[in-house]
Design a protein around this ligand. Structure first.
Ligand SMILES: [Cu+2]
Length: 144
């Protein structure tokens, strides 16, 4: 019985391995969309996210570690914010925090201003510029 089970499990692993190249192939196709799907990782405990008048956070998706600092730099001519927490977004899905995480709100940042947050709670964060939410200025941070 045990041996049969192991054979079956081995067969499953082989099937999974055989499937693996297919998602890779489709991911290669996705890069032609120019979508910034791949997250940008922090280094040495820090990550800079640029805010511009493209109505986007750059990178849109950040991958950081617990205890890292994210610094937003306002490089647009228009004012922008970085904000997260209950009630910050018109669409609730645009402002999501992991349980126990602290909300933040930079308020209006003028060109050249910066705002930083230290992330002590792991999980998925979706945040936004409260002025340009409707224009799609929404970002994502994964804290591992
Ligand atoms: Cu904005």
């Amino acid at each position: 019985m045990m041996k049969n089970y192991r054979v079956a499990a081995g067969a499953t692993l082989i099937v999974l391995a055989a499937c693996a190249p297919e998602p890779d192939g489709s991911a290669g196709g996705d890069t032609s969309n120019q979508g910034t799907v791949a997250p940008v990782e922090s280094s040495e405990g820090m990550l800079v996210i640029r805010m511009s008048d493209d109505m986007a956070f750059g990178p849109e998706h950040a991958l950081i570690n617990v205890g890292d600092t994210v610094v937003w730099i306002q490089e647009g001519a228009l004012p922008h914010t970085t904000s997260d927490g209950p009630g910050k977004a018109a669409v609730p899905e645009h402002a999501l925090l992991p349980e126990g995480a602290e909300p933040w709100d930079s308020g209006l940042l003028d060109p050249g201003q910066r705002f930083s947050v230290v992330f002590d709670t792991p999980g998925e964060y979706t945040y936004l510029c409260t002025i340009h939410e409707a224009a799609g200025m929404v970002g994502r941070i994964t804290v591992r």
